[in-house]
Every structure is written in C-alpha cells, then in structure tokens.
Ligand binder design. Structure first.
Ligand code: ATP
Ligand code: MG
Length: 444
C-alpha cells in the first residue's frame, strides 16, 4: 500500500481532549474519528487493527469449540421483558421506537436473544453442550464515555454463550473459555490476569474478569504477583484434556477486583507478593446457571424424560477496547509500538529521496517483493521530508521500517529498523527483504 493512495490523517498536535496515551495516540495516528461522545468511526489504519484483533479472538473461539453466528444490533423490548431486565437495565439501554410504535433497543448484550434462539430449536439433552458466539457492535449509554474507544458507547464485543445439561458440564464450558481467553490475549502481546469478579447485571454466581494491568486502568485490582508473569497454557493445548487443573492453577492464588475484594484473604498473601494496582478489563466470563433459562423457559429433556432449564454461561471480550489497551501497554514517547500479530501493516518502507531514480527503483522493488510475499508493506512514497517520514512511521508503530536512500544505495545498503528496540542495521536490499520475510512470514 502506498501512503499517497492511503488515508492516513496523522496529527502533529496532541489533541487536548485526550487524557490518556492510547486515546492521544489513536487520534494522532489517524486510527479513529469521534462522531459523538463515545461513538467513533474507525479510519483505515484503526480498522485494520480492529480486524486483526477480531480475527485472533475468532480463531481462539473456534479452537475452543465455539461456533460463530451473527445476531442483529437491534432487538425487540419484548425479549427483555421475558427475562425481567428491560426495566432493570436502566438508562444504559438505548431505547428506540419504530414507526409502528413498537419498542426496540440497541443491544447492550445478547443473553436474551440467544436464549430465545436456543429455546426455539433445542429441546433435548442430545443437542448439548453448545457454545455459540458472535462479534457484533453493542451500545451502552455510558454515563461517562471517556478514554476514546476504551469506554465507548458503541463498541465491538465478542460474546459467546454456553448451554449445558448441568452445572458440571457448564463448568467445563466455562473452563474452555477461560483457557481460550488466556491464549487470545497472549497472542496479542497482552498479559491478562484472570481475577474473581462480581457478576453485576448479568447475574449468576461465578465470574472472572481478565485484567491488563495499567496505571490508567479504571478498575482497582488486587492480586498475587506471581499471576502477572504466568505464561499462557499454549496454543498447542488440546481442549479435551484436563482443563480444570489449568484453571485451578490460575485461580488458586489471590486475584480479585475491587467489588469482591476480601482484605483478610489479601493480607494472607506474603507481603512481597501483594500487588495492589489498576487495570483494564478486556474480557469477562460468567456462569449464571439457570437464571435466563428459567425465566425464558429454555428447557431440555433429560435422558430420564424429565424437563429441566438449561445451564448457561456468557463470555465477553471487548474487541474495540483492546485496540486501546494494547497501545496503553505498548507505546513510547514517539508513538505506538504494535506487537506483530495485530500491527496494521507489519512494515513500512521509507523513501528518503522521492524522485531520485535509484532510490525510487529500490523502493518500488521492495514494495513489490514484499507484497508478492503476502506481507503487505506500507510504502511512504510521499513528498514529505525524511524527518517527517521517520516521525510518522514511529507514530503509527509498524514493527519494522525499511529505510532506503541514495547515500546508502551508493554503498549497496539499506537500513532496517526495529520499532520496539530502535535497533538499526545496515544491509543489502536483498538481505533486508529476506530478513523481513523470515521475521514476518509466520504471522502473515
Ligand atoms: P465495564 O465494567 O468496563 O463497564 P462491563 O463489565 O459492564 O464493563 P461486560 O458486560 O463484561 O462489560 O462486557 C464484556 C466486555 O466488553 C468487557 O470486558 C469490556 O472489555 C468490553 N466493554 C464493556 N463496556 C465497554 C465500553 N463501554 N466500551 C468498550 N468496551 C466495553
Ligand atoms: Mg465486565
């Protein structure tokens, strides 16, 4: 992709409305544009990141055995009356009346809708267990939308719902999602700590929030330090094995959000291991038993012929919030530092002297060969000064920069810079292209 053809409205000035680094950098890097409080357009660069995050979430859901579908953003109020949440949800719910005066709403979550779908089609224990998810925009009329996409009103969420015959089986579904979440966040370069959490308006009795520690996080959290650098279970793990012991390993040590924080239990953690910090909630898992299935009469026939409400759980990931959370966790004074797996482009090509024949030719060749290798470089072929190109490339945070100019070319070299470490090396164009192919191919 050529910068001159792309849409990359980067800002030099720091926007005054942004209070935290990720919000500032998303605006400065031209990733998003605010349309109303907490409502954003995703400009091309931001949209690519959003899609990359979404795809990792999708792959890990699928690997855990969940099945993707798509439900609408607009829901009938009637569904929410059945679960008794229509009034309870309060002002956070955006209510809409259509031309026939029917009450509708912009969905803040989908427990009701999927319970109704399940009820309609699944009548027997033979259909169980089921894990169904979708990735869809939600709307919550937050009192204080802030921090850009981190606390939006319209936001993209992956929400999965599990249906099981009994509590034992439901816990297996819960464990699957729990492990899938650890792997999902690890693939994005995020260390997410599962912490005991309150179930809130979703209801139920078992829940964990997945928290990224960050000073600017909105939640106060308390945990054992060892949880912070525990490696993920690993992508090669099989979901049929003993998930319970993997989950036990993560939940044995103290970790709780403020709402369920138990001071005495925390004091029992050795002092040098006690961590009291702030964090960003990137996901939450719930087991809520038969709360919705009872209210909405979603029952299945058991082997003995009797009917019982199905046991359910729900599992959310804040896809759009994660774009901000990754930046919060990975940036420096010059801009964003994208982990390779979610980077909008894996590399940039910087032409130091647009119009110089040899430089243009080398850049064109690099652009062409990297594209042919499926690596999708972003080629800065603009007329901007070299300095402006360097700062823009640092700001948008692509993992690699291939820097090509007349002086180096005379000696047969180009420069390859790694954004994260700032390290630069001089090498031939061929060696540079080979190195990029090997560094970036595995996750292309
Ligand atoms: P919060 O406590 O931050 O308001 P929540 O607990 O109400 O979030 P859930 O119902 O658990 O949210 O939604 C699942 C995920 O969706 C959250 O873990 C979070 O990552 C994301 N999310 C929730 N609200 C927002 C929002 N206003 N903007 C962006 N992402 C959100
Ligand atoms: Mg939550």
């Amino acid at each position: 992709m050529r910068v001159t053809r792309y849409f990359l409205p980067t800002l030099k000035e720091t926007p005054s409305e942004a209070q935290i680094a990720s919000h500032r950098l998303m605006l400065r890097a031209g990733m998003v544009h605010q349309e109303a409080a907490g409502i954003y357009s995703w400009l091309p660069l931001g949209f690519k990141v959003l899609k990359n995050i979404e795809q990792i979430v999708r792959e890990e859901q699928n690997r855990a055995g969940a099945v993707e579908m798509l439900m609408p953003t607009i829901q009938p109020a009637e569904l929410w009356r059945q679960s008794d949440r229509y009034d309870a949800y309060g002002k956070e719910m955006l209510r809409i009346t259509d031309r026939h005066k029917r009450e509708m709403l912009y969905g803040p979550t989908n427990e009701e809708m999927l319970t109704a779908i399940f009820r309609n089609f699944c009548k027997s224990y033979k259909e169980l267990p089921k894990l169904l998810y979708h990735i869809q925009w939600k709307f919550r009329d937050e009192v204080r939308p802030r921090f850009g996409v981190m606390r939006g009103r319209e936001f993209l969420m992956k929400d999965c719902y599990s249906f099981d015959i009994d509590e034992r089986s439901a816990r297996r579904s819960y464990n699957r999602m729990f492990i899938a979440y650890l792997n999902t966040f690890a693939r994005m370069g995020l260390q997410a700590v599962p912490m005991r959490a309150e179930t809130g308006p979703i209801g139920g009795d078992l829940s964990h929030e997945f928290i990224i520690l960050a000073e600017t996080g909105e939640s106060a959290v308390y945990c054992h330090k060892d949880l912070v650098d525990m490696p993920p279970p690993g992508l090669d793990m099989d979901f049929e094995g003993d998930l319970q012991s993997l989950v036990d390993e993560r939940t044995a040590l103290y970790a709780a959000t403020e709402d369920v924080h138990d001071k005495d239990a925390f004091m029992a953690v050795p002092e040098d291991k006690r961590l009291s910090a702030r964090g960003i909630e990137v996901g939450q898992v719930f087991y809520f038993g038969t709360k919705y299935s009872e209210a909405m009469r979603a029952s299945v026939t058991h082997p003995d012929g009797s009917d019982h409400p199905v046991h359910m759980g729900s599992y959310g990931v804040g896809v759009s919030r994660i774009a901000g959370a990754i930046i919060e966790a990975s940036h420096d004074e010059n801009g964003i530092v994208w982990p390779l797996a979610v980077a909008p482009f894996k590399m940039g090509i910087i032409n130091l002297r647009q119009g110089d024949e040899a430089t243009d030719a080398a850049c064109e060749r690099a652009h062409h060969e990297l594209e042919a290798a499926g690596l999708e470089p972003l080629y800065d072929d603009s007329e901007s000064r070299a300095g402006a190109k360097f700062s823009r490339m640092d700001l948008i945070g692509l993992p690699w920069q291939l820097i090509i100019g007349p002086r180096g070319l005379k000696e047969g070299t180009v420069e390859l810079k790694e954004r994260a470490s700032g390290q630069r090396q001089s090498l031939s164009l061929d060696a540079g292209l080979n190195l990029l192919r090997s560094k970036c191919a595995s996750s292309a």
